[in-house]
Design a protein around this ligand. Structure first.
Ligand code: PLP
Length: 374
């Protein structure tokens, strides 16, 4: 057993690779898999996960920001990278100088890209984004999207490389909006593809990739699923996914509590019976959020113990029960498995009324990331 460590996220890169292989198996031949590694690979480590995803069969990578793309390039990653987010002038320059594909939805931005490409003596691949119902980035106006495509065509520095949209409700099976969005996007994508045979049309995130093969088009952009987390917020195993991340700490102190004695700020939990309480040196400063106060479980020695009392910045307390063999130094699992017990990231998210994405993205830099191949 490894030495106790305060707060450590162990990321199994082999699981990331297997999740990509699994996602690939859902795609028709020729459909590409783009692994989304923005926000430091959803908190898992972007460069590590990008490499693991490429080994697992991903063809492209996607980032949200230009510095994220730059970081991947700095580590020698040569795969095609799509920067999906909005870019300032400075961001756009960084993206182009990192040989990343960028997204446009206004002719004025295409003019800026042309100017930057000229001044930096580079060429750039540009994807036109149609907002078919996400209501965020992209133009809602098909004519404006056409004008953007025409402006890209008119530049000898820019290549019209893709047409894209993004679904708002792919993870809500049964709603009509998803199908409406796809219906709005397809004719536009077909029109551009007819005029530009190499153009890549893409729309699907992880949920859409599972939900409807009609949404796969030429490429899918999967994030959450490559990390083995469930896009529908249920058990990832049911969809053939393996969670890559385990969050662990250790028991730093074990103390006897008499009835009425309390643990943590504000005395939000008091012992009702004589019991033992363990203190773990992990807290909201690590991303183990304060909303988990009296509202989570922790695994120690293969058994599930309730988190009791207020989550503080650097510590939490757990109820070990009236009799315990738990000793200071024992490892503790906050996300992951221990014996027959398992805590999913999705379980933690449910307790906080949020989604698995926010749990792993929220793990702070203070949590040491350890990358392994299990
Ligand atoms: C434009 C875009 N495409 C794809 C993704 C990947 O989504 P998911 O992690 O649900 O697969 C995201 C993530 O939020 C995104 O913003």
């Amino acid at each position: 057993m490894s030495a106790p460590e305060r707060a450590v996220a162990r990321v199994d890169l082999a699981a990331v690779g297997r999740n990509c292989e699994h996602l690939r198996s859902l795609l028709a031949d020729g459909t590409r898999l783009c692994a989304v590694v923005k926000a430091d690979g959803y908190g898992h480590g972007d460069v590590w996960c990008a490499r693991a995803a490429l080994e697992g069969g991903a063809d492209w990578l996607a980032a949200a920001t230009a510095p994220e793309a730059e970081e991947l390039r700095r580590h020698g990653i040569r795969a095609r990278i799509l920067v999906m987010g909005a870019l300032t002038r400075e961001d756009a320059r960084v993206a182009l100088d990192s040989a990343a594909d960028v997204v446009a939805w206004r002719p004025e931005f295409v003019a800026l890209l042309d100017e930057l490409a000229r001044s930096d003596d580079v060429r750039a691949n540009v994807h036109v984004k149609l907002d078919t119902g996400m209501g965020r980035l992209g133009t809602k106006d098909v004519d404006e999207a056409r004008a953007v495509a025409a402006a890209i065509d008119a530049s000898d520095r820019l290549e019209l490389a893709g047409a894209m949209t993004h679904f708002a409700t792919a993870d809500e099976p049964g709603d009509d909006h998803f199908a409406d969005q796809l219906e709005r996007f397809r004719p536009f994508a077909d029109e551009l593809r007819d005029a530009h045979p190499g153009l890549v049309a893409h729309a699907a995130n992880s949920a859409a990739t599972y939900r409807d093969s009609a949404a796969h088009l030429d490429m899918v952009r999967c994030g959450i699923a490559i990390y083995g987390l469930d896009p529908f917020h249920a058990d990832p195993a049911a969809r053939g996914l393996e969670p890559a991340l385990t969050l662990a700490s250790y028991v730093a102190a074990v103390k006897r509590f008499e009835p009425g004695e309390s643990a943590g700020y504000g005395r939000r939990w008091r012992a009702e019976e004589p019991t033992w309480v363990g203190t773990l040196p992990i807290g909201y400063g690590d991303g183990w959020r304060r909303g988990l106060t009296n509202n989570a479980d922790v695994l120690v020695r293969g058994r599930r113990h309730p988190l009791v009392g207020t989550v503080s910045m650097d510590n939490i307390t757990i109820d070990l029960g009236p009799e315990t063999d738990v000793r200071p130094g024992d490892p503790a699992v906050l996300i992951g498995t221990d014996g027959d017990e398992r805590i999913l990231c999705e379980d933690v998210a449910r307790r906080l009324d949020t989604i698995n994405y926010e749990i792993t993205c929220g793990l702070s830099p203070r949590v040491r990331r350890v990358h392994v191949r299990a």
